[in-house]
Design a protein around this ligand. Structure first.
Ligand code: PLP
Length: 410
């Protein structure tokens, strides 16, 4: 066996525009150069030996890698694949989705400033803005980003970041990305879109004008409830430099093993999103016919107020269904306690079907008045539809809805 042969590389494209499923599997990554390994190695190392003094990245000399808090080859492999999947020149991977959002905020808010944020977003984003950045002097306006004119009206001279989540966690309210991009076009603020709920498999924010696409890869991208991770995908080189500076300074980079597992998840993402969405659409339809359910939120459902926008902006409805139980918090408690296959948990976007009660779990830190004003009712349930057979999920949901009929009748 030749231990150190150079594996032949053939970089010729197989097709000028390979399909997304193909990009997801190959991710712009050839087999590893030395051994031909089909998957990149896990470079489980803190440091990289330098050839000589002055060989730091950017110097044009020596080793491009120095220390794994700045860059690591396994993390780079994931970033290459994520950028290819997003159709953007650059991606960076982070320890968590919140690490990605925090790094972006610190990179964008150079010298302080103002953030415009969707009024319905993941509770951790609200916590970051209100309880970490606001005390440092950052001003924040929560705006109904479904209304592009309201976004334009909220912009100030010092606005540096417009942060949109669509579909929003947990009500699935949508933002018209092209309309918001048009409303912010003549302002220097960055338009960042948290695409965690759909991923680039089902929605492509940069094609609608977003400057940065944000992910919690903990959810669908890795997809198996086995890693925490986050990502930013972007085009602008100067912003990338600022992101790299903040990441290597705060240590928010993803670890090599987590990056490797996330890369494995990315390979099956297109396939999984198709199945998540097909099952969720079936379950949304079934829930809409139940008397214990006051209303169902699912972007492709015929009853969804923004369905026309969903059909225009998304390739499918996604894997999350939210629904309001008649009977409020008492019904929600009873319902969650009666489930057997679907499990009560904080996260979403993986193989196992998970149920969350946002008012007491993910959005418990959002002030009650703001929760109610934005449609996060006490009886709202968020269902992350997994990859089990839909008929088994329906059987479980049926039994749990039946169990809360007493609360519904009150
Ligand atoms: N963005 C969205 C839409 C989320 O749902 C979450 C987590 O639930 C995050 C960001 C934060 O990601 P993480 O938990 O990986 O830090």
């Amino acid at each position: 066996m030749t231990a150190h042969r150079q594996h032949p590389q053939d970089d010729r494209p197989i097709h000028p525009e390979p399909a997304l499923a193909t990009v997801g599997v190959h991710g712009g990554l050839p087999p590893e150069a030395v051994t031909g390994a089909i998957l990149p190695p896990i470079f489980q190392t803190t440091t990289f030996v330098q050839e000589g003094v002055g060989g730091s990245p950017g110097s044009g000399a020596g080793n491009a890698y120095t220390y794994s808090r700045a860059h690591n080859p396994t993390v780079t492999a994931l970033e290459t694949a994520l950028a290819a999947f997003e159709g953007l020149p650059h991606a960076r991977a982070f320890a968590t989705g919140m690490a990605a959002i925090t790094t972006l905020a610190l990179a964008a808010l150079d010298g302080g400033g103002h953030v415009v944020c969707s009024d319905v977003v993941y509770g951790g984003t609200v916590r970051l803005l209100d309880r970490v950045l606001a005390p440092l002097g950052v001003a924040v306006s929560y705006v109904d980003t479904a209304d592009a004119e309201a976004v334009a009206a909220a912009l100030r001279d010092e606005t540096k970041l417009v942060l949109v989540e669509t579909p929003a966690n947990p009500t699935l309210k949508l933002t018209d990305l092209a309309a918001v991009a048009a409303a912010t076009r003549h302002h220097p603020a960055l338009l960042a879109v948290d695409n965690t709920f759909l991923t680039a498999a089902l929605q492509r924010p940069a094609e609608h004008g977003a400057d940065v696409v944000v992910y919690s890869t903990t959810k669908y991208v890795e997809g198996h409830n086995s890693t925490l991770g986050g990502a930013l995908a972007l085009s602008d080189r100067r912003l990338l430099e600022r992101v790299d500076l903040v990441r290597k300074t705060t240590g928010s980079i993803q670890s090599p093993l987590q990056a490797w597992l996330t890369l494995k998840g990315l390979k099956t993402l297109t396939l999984r999103m198709e199945r998540h969405a097909a099952s969720a659409a079936e379950i949304a339809d079934w829930l809409a016919g139940r008397r214990e359910v006051a209303n169902v939120h699912y972007p492709f459902h015929r009853s969804f107020a923004q369905r026309e926008l969903a059909l225009r902006q998304q390739a499918a409805g996604g894997g999350i269904v939210s629904f309001e139980l008649v009977g409020g918090v008492a019904a929600a408690e009873r319902f969650c306690a009666a489930l057997r296959l679907c499990r009560l948990a904080e996260t979403l976007g993986a193989t196992e079907t998970l149920v969350t009660h946002p008012a007491t779990m993910t959005h418990g830190d959002v002030p009650a008045e703001r929760r109610r004003a934005t449609g996060i009712g006490d009886g709202l349930i968020r269902l992350s539809v997994g990859l089990e057979a839909p008929r088994d999920l329906v059987a479980d949901l049926d039994a749990a809805l039946t169990a809360c009929q007493r609360e519904v009748a009150r």
